[in-house]
Design a protein around this ligand. Structure first.
Ligand code: G3H
Ligand code: 13P
Ligand code: ZN
Length: 342
C-alpha cells in the first residue's frame, strides 16, 4: 500500500487503544530492520527522519528507500514522518518531498535549542497545519520542552525544567488544530535520562493523565521514550565501549501512558545502542573481518529485535491488517470539511 498519513494510523490506534512506535532512521539497514520487525509482528509503523538524518542521507535517498519499503511490504501501513521540524520551511521541504506527516517543534526556536514563547509556537505550528492539511499531511506539535541532547536538537537539562502546562496544551490545540501533541513530562532525548530507575512521580504521569482528561480526542506523543535496557549497555561495554550506567523510561510507564491517550512513542536511542553493540561485538571477536556486511547484518538484526519487542509492548502488533488506506487526497478533502474521515 502507499505511504499513509499518520492521522489515519493514530485514529486507528485510538480505536484499538494501543500505541504506535515511531522509530528514527538514517540509512537503509535501519529501514529494513523496522520493516522486517513490522512484518514479523504484523504491525502498522511510523518511520521518522530528523533534520540530521535528512542531511546525513540526502533525504531523497531516504524517501526512495521508503517507497521501496512500501512496495516490498505492501501489507504494512507505513508512515514517513519528519521528526522535530525546526521551522515552517523545513516542514514545507519535507511535505514537498513526500513525507506523509511532519512535526513542527515550535517549542524551541529554529536553532533547535532555545525555548520559544507560547505565541511563537502557536504561530509557526498554525502555519504548518494550514499548509500540511491542504495536502492531507498530518501535523504533530509540541508544548513544553524536553531535556537532553546538547549538541543535536534539544534544550539540554533534565527534562523537568519545562513540563507541559495543561491549560497551555488546551489553548495550543484549539489555536493550531494539530493532529498529535507531544508533551513534556520529564523525559529527555538520548541515553542519559535518569541516574536511577524513575517512578511515575519522576515522570509526571499525573500531568499526562490531566492533559488526556482535558483533551480526550488528541493523540498524545511521548518523545525521549527509549528504555535504555541494561543488556544493551552491557553489550557495548563488554566489547570495548565506555557507557556510564544509565536508566531510560520503563516500559510499564509507557504502557500506563498508552492507557491514558499516548498513541505515538518515539524511540531512537535503544536502536542506536543495539546497532553499536552488535558492530562492536564483530569488531572485537573477529578483528580480521572487513566486509561491511559482516557487521551490518548483525547490526540490522539487533535493531529488528528491539523494534519487534517494542511493537509487542506498545500493542501495535497484530494490527497491520486493520487498515484500508485513505489516500492523501482524501485526507486533504476530509480536512477541508468536504468528507468525513473514518
Ligand atoms: O530527537 C532526537 C532523535 O533521536 C534524532 O536524533 O537529531 O541526532 O538525528 P538526531
Ligand atoms: P530517545 O532518545 O529516547 O530514543 O528519543 C527519541 C526521540 O524522541 C526522537 O524524537
Ligand atoms: Zn524527540
Amino acid at each position: 500500500m502507499p505511504l499513509v498519513s499518520m492521522r489515519q494510523l493514530l485514529d486507528e490506534a485510538a480505536k484499538g487503544r494501543y500505541g504506535v512506535g515511531a522509530f528514527n532512521v538514517n540509512n537503509m539497514e535501519q529501514i529494513q530492520a523496522i520493516m522486517e520487525a513490522a512484518r514479523e509482528t504484523q504491525s502498522p509503523v511510523i518511520v521518522q527522519a530528523s533534520r540530521g538524518a535528512r542531511s546525513y542521507s540526502q533525504d531523497k535517498f531516504l524517501y526512495h528507500l521508503m517507497l521501496a519499503a512500501a512496495e516490498l511490504y505492501p501489507e504494512i501501513p507505513t508512515v514517513l514522518h519528519l521528526d522535530h521540524g525546526n521551522s515552517v520551511e523545513t516542514c514545507k521541504s519535507a511535505i514537498d518531498l513526500g513525507f506523509t506527516s511532519v512535526m513542527m517543534d515550535g517549542s524551541l526556536m529554529p536553532d533547535g535549542k532555545t525555548p520559544s514563547t507560547f505565541e511563537y509556537n502557536v504561530e509557526v505550528t498554525r502555519q504548518v497545519v494550514e499548509m500540511a492539511h491542504a495536502k492531507g499531511v498530518t501535523v504533530e506539535g509540541e508544548i513544553g520542552v524536553l531535556g537532553g541532547i546538547e549538541d543535536g536538537h534539544g534544550a539540554g537539562g533534565t527534562g523537568l525544567e519545562h513540563v507541559t502546562d495543561p491549560d497551555q496544551a488546551v489553548e495550543f490545540v484549539e489555536k493550531t488544530g494539530v493532529d498529535a501533541l507531544a508533551i513534556a513530562i520529564g523525559t529527555s532525548h538520548g541515553a542519559y535520562k535518569f541516574t536511577k530507575k524513575p517512578d511515575g512521580s519522576v515522570l509526571k504521569m499525573d500531568r499526562l493523565m490531566d492533559i488526556h482528561k482535558r483533551l480526550p480526542n488528541v493523540h498524545l506523543v511521548m518523545h525521549g521514550s527509549s528504555s535504555v535496557p541494561k543488556d544493551l549497555q552491557d553489550t557495548i561495554n563488554q566489547y570495548g565501549g565506555k557507557l556510564k550506567q544509565t536508566w531510560g523510561v520503563p516500559i510499564e510507564e509507557i504502557q500506563l501512558g498508552i492507557k491514558n491517550g499516548v498513541r505515538k512513542i518515539n524511540v531512537d536511542t535503544d536502536n542506536r545502542l543495539a546497532i553499536t553493540g552488535a558492530i562492536r561485538k564483530v569488531f572485537m571477536e573477529t578483528p580480521e573481518k572487513f566486509d561491511p556486511r559482516d557487521y551490518l547484518k548483525p547490526a540490522r538484526e539487533a535493531m529488528k529485535k528491539v523494534v519487534a519487542e517494542r511493537m509487542t509492548q506498545f500493542g501495535q502488533a497484530g494490527h497491520a491488517g486493520d487498515y484500508s488506506p485513505i489516500s492523501m487526497k482524501d485526507m486533504a478533502q476530509a480536512y477541508a470539511g468536504k468528507t468525513a474521515t473514518k
